[in-house]
Design a protein around this ligand. Structure first.
Ligand code: ATP
Length: 265
């Protein structure tokens, strides 16, 4: 039913990058995530799938503490990156977000030039000594986001003047410019046409050679194409997590089976 003919051979014994234990998330009195435990691997694409409102984005946003910005949100439990609990008092969320980048559903470039969009993060984190080094960071990030050739002659034009697909790759360049270790993507292709979607999917395949990529997607075809691991969420619980191939061909839980066969959703 789904194309699961992906480079499985490339999935070996990767290290655990993110480890979540007994995570509960509340918005006011309402519980959005219940008793979540999961280990997400380095250099792997992990897809979060499940019906609308099941908590995929909520959990994704816990991984870089974006939920700190929601007044009513409360996160309990432990989420560790390389063994360090990101909710420890000493962790600075701004530093954390440089290490754990995020790309949103709707491309959201700053109202600045293409160059400034990409140099913004490196600038606030002091990653460049001088202009020459910043130029290099910007070029590397744009190349890494497969956008350099399209924009190299218009770096000082507004990022908002690019097409939707180019804007999303610009947002990916902006996220990769701070040399993150994890990239979180919340339905990154939902506003893109099929050509731009396949460019972003090809990019995801390249990005995972460098870091851990976690993607929320409503498209099961996309999850099957881009991910090696899949987590199925339902009503705030992580129901099933495993190799993407197994989830789509031999789901263990009847709720997963019902979702992938289109009976719930
Ligand atoms: N800022 C918020 N305040 C209150 N409740 C929220 C907030 N954000 C999400 N929720 C609730 O938390 C639950 C999980 O939402 P979440 O957005 O994580 O689900 P999702 O699986 O990503 O959904 P979708 O696929 O529709 O994007 C839902 O019941 C939602 O209404």
């Amino acid at each position: 039913m789904y194309d699961t003919n992906r480079p499985e051979a490339a999935v070996g014994q990767q290290d655990i990058k993110i480890s979540a234990s007994d995570v509960q998330v509340f918005y006011g009195p309402k519980q959005a995530i219940k008793d979540l435990n999961v280990e997400i691997l380095d250099k792997t694409v992990t897809a979060f799938i499940g019906p609308s409102g099941c908590g995929k984005s909520t959990f994704l946003r816990c991984i870089n503490r974006m939920n700190d910005t929601v007044d009513t949100a409360r996160v309990e439990g432990r989420i560790a990156i390389d063994g360090q609990n990101i909710y420890d008092r000493g962790v600075d969320p701004v530093q954390l977000r440089a290490k754990v980048g995020m790309v949103f559903q709707k491309p959201n470039p700053f109202p600045k030039s293409i160059y400034d969009n990409v140099s913004y993060g490196p600038k606030i984190h002091g990653l460049a000594r001088d202009k020459a080094q910043m130029d290099e960071i910007v070029e590397t990030a744009l190349r890494g986001a497969a956008l350099w050739n399209e924009v190299k002659d218009r770096l000082h034009e507004p990022g908002t003047g690019l097409s939707g697909g180019q804007q999303q790759r610009l947002c990916i360049a902006r996220a990769v410019a701070t040399a993150p270790e994890v990239l979180l993507m919340d339905e990154p292709c939902s506003a893109l046409d099929p050509i731009a979607t396949s460019q972003v999917e090809e990019l995801i395949e390249q990005l995972r050679t460098r870091f851990s990529v976690v993607i929320v997607t409503h498209s099961m075809q996309q999850a099957a194409r881009v991910s090696q691991k899949t987590a199925f969420f339902h009503l705030g619980s992580l129901v099933e997590y495993g190799d993407t191939n197994d989830i789509f061909t031999r789901p263990r839980d009847s709720r997963t089976e019902a979702y992938i066969s289109g009976r719930i959703g």
